[in-house]
Design a binder for this molecule. Sequence first.
Ligand code: IMP
Ligand code: MG
Length: 172
Amino acid sequence: MKINVLITKEQLEKKTVELAEAITRDYEGKELVLVGVLKGGFIFLSDLARKIRMNVAIDFISVSSYGNSTESMGVVKIIKDVDTDVVGKHVLIVEDIIDTGLTLNYLKDLFNTKGCASVKLAAILDKPERRKVDIKVDYPGIKIPDKFVVGYGLDYAGNYRNLPDVCVIEEM
Ligand code: IMP
Ligand code: MG
């Protein structure tokens, strides 16, 4: 197994600071709920939350997409919904990566039916070549080529989420 670094932890940190500053500016004085998408979003959410300079509430939603481990099929199953009452609150969905866009598209529609004041999206990584739906990420992260990556929350069959950098598995 050969693992190569694609995006360093320093690049991830720099982008996270930029996004946190924009979020602080945009939501100052508002009630913001960060909704982390489990499991992949947990590391980005924990870094982002600590760089936002205002109070936020934090909750998680757990989803799984039907299909095999590396290909999203667009049908999203909610394993665990948020416990927080999000009616009238500003929700920011925090994801590890936007790939086809189907997951974030589904989640945005879901929160729009819950009566939130607003629903926006943040994702630390973006594979633009793979997009299947036209969806705007309000707080976009770092663009990467169409390669399967692990680390910084992202897994391969449940492993490698704890790698501090975003890496590509070159040889299985
Ligand atoms: P989408 O619905 O196709 O945008 O897929 C988003 C989800 O697919 C992410 O939340 C990840 O869990 C997973 N995913 C997409 N690309 C990768 C990758 O390169 N490595 C690991 N997981 C990925
Ligand atoms: Mg995910």
